[in-house]
Design a protein around this ligand. Structure first.
Ligand SMILES: [Zn+2]
Length: 459
């Protein structure tokens, strides 16, 4: 006992000494010459985010040995990379990189010829180049600013011999290719497709398109198959620069195939149709949350995730707290608020004579009041565990009149069915797609004619 107390005193003395030392160090580190009032940067602003490439390179580079090497290094420009943070203008970014206001304005004006500074996005990286400093520290004159306007286009403003900036751009050499992947679903479609090499934007497009027909919690079983064909833009090294259109996707659920073909209608809209020329879009989504978030679709033995029974008049989706919940269809909000065992609850009345209800939300979307119109896919709230709930999940109900019915048994009619000449045109497009599917081996791709239109199947 006594020992323990002595130990405690010793420890607290040590801690006090440490605090004192730390305090002195902190005071020494503080810069008394910084006058906060003069700084035009708000005190709570984030510290500048930039990577000094030159400093990093120098730190890693071997020490130069000869005079010529030293000279060569002294002549090399100083490069800095600054990351755009939320709310930044290009001017803010350049100021943070150490460029003075009037020079930044000149460079931005020149850049405007090839780039709209308003399209700058948080996370984007901007490179700035300075001359090497004549004094050996810091940097000399500002020479160049460059950034990737999109995956294939680099834009820049460079100072010319007369001191003025000129805006210009370079384009990366890319080719449009069509890739095909096929595989088996092991854990979830999201994970299996991604593991097979399907780029995430394509996996997301696939899941979104399938959400009208597939209950991602209950319909997918281990061993079910998937197939997808999409266009991608690849650089000369074969690296995917950007994904294009998803041309075809299918899943085979317990042997039952669901296929969808991309088709441009006479009205000019691009939609997905099944092999019969029926739009995949239905009045109600079968999965009213992002299917990518449902990670164990068939782990039902371990998951208390229920389907529709006499005792449980809805279906549950196991997704993390905060996952956005989408309105299953167009409609009008009938109820939005706390509703006993249902917790935070929203009910939407749809034109088709059905209503849908969403329960246990952590939060209802802002401004969602009874009487408000909502469109299919609109976020109505976020997954939680409010009310009588054993864990985070979405409890989802479909009501016919005022009675809950089994959502799995509801056969929704399709929105559009192609007919006549348009259907004939679709059948030709479908055959072209099938020819391509047969031609491209899984996990490979073919190059398409450079002049062909995105989404077209000519090659
Ligand atoms: Zn439930």
């Amino acid at each position: 006992m006594g020992c323990q107390i002595t130990g405690k005193i010793k420890r607290s003395l040590k801690a006090a000494a440490f605090v004192a030392l730390f305090g002195v160090a902190a005071m020494m580190a503080a810069k008394p010459f910084v006058h906060f009032g003069e700084s035009n940067q708000p005190l709570d602003s984030a510290p500048p985010v930039y990577v000094d490439h030159e400093a990093e390179r120098l730190a890693l580079a071997p020490v130069p040995t000869s005079d010529s090497e030293l000279e060569e290094q002294a002549g090399r420009p100083v490069e800095r990379q600054v990351q755009v943070t939320s709310g930044d203008t290009l001017g803010d970014v350049l100021t943070r990189a150490g460029i003075d206001g009037s020079e930044a304005t000149q460079a931005i004006e020149a850049l405007r010829r090839v780039f709209n500074p308003r399209s700058l996005k948080a996370g984007q990286k901007v490179q700035v180049t300075f001359d090497r400093s004549p004094h050996g520290f810091g940097h000399g004159d500002f020479q160049k600013v460059s950034l990737n306007a999109d995956p294939v286009r680099e834009v820049f403003a460079v100072r010319g011999a007369n001191g003025d900036f000129t805006g210009s751009e370079t384009k990366r050499q890319v080719s449009r290719q069509i890739a095909r992947y096929a595989g088996q679903i092991r854990s979830s479609l999201f994970e299996s497709a991604q593991t097979a090499g399907v780029p995430i934007p394509v996996v997301m497009a696939m899941i979104k398109a399938l959400s009208y027909d597939v209950d991602f919690q209950r319909d997918i079983q281990a061993g079910d198959g998937f197939e997808v064909m999409f266009e991608g833009y690849y650089d000369t090294k074969g690296k995917l620069v950007r994904t294009g259109e998803m041309l075809f996707a299918s899943v085979s659920l317990s042997g039952k195939p669901i296929a969808m073909y991309r088709f441009e209608t006479d009205g000019g809209s691009v939609e997905y149709f099944n092999e019969k020329g029926e739009s995949i879009k239905k009045a109600l989504l079968k999965t009213p949350v992002d299917g990518a978030k449902i990670s164990s679709g068939f782990g039902l033995r371990n998951h208390p995730i229920l389907g529709f029974t006499k005792m449980h008049k809805g279906v549950d989706f196991a997704v993390p707290v905060g996952t956005p919940i989408q309105a299953a269809g167009d409609g009008t909000v009938e109820m939005a608020g706390f509703n006993g065992a249902y917790g935070n609850y929203v009910r939407i009345r749809h034109g088709s004579g059905y209503a849908t209800a969403y329960a246990h939300m952590s939060r209802i979307a802002q401004g969602l009041h009874p009487g408000r119109r909502v469109t299919q896919g609109q976020i109505v709230g976020f997954v939680g565990s409010t009310g009588r709930s054993t864990g985070p999940h979405l409890h989802y109900e479909v009501l016919a009149g005022h009675n809950q019915i089994n959502p799995l048994s509801v056969k929704m009619p399709t929105n559009t069915k192609l007919a006549g000449r348009e259907l004939d045109r679709f059948k030709t497009a479908r055959r072209d797609t099938e020819t391509l599917l047969a031609k491209i081996a899984p996990s490979t791709r073919i190059t398409v004619a450079s002049g062909s239109k995105p989404g077209s199947l000519t090659n």
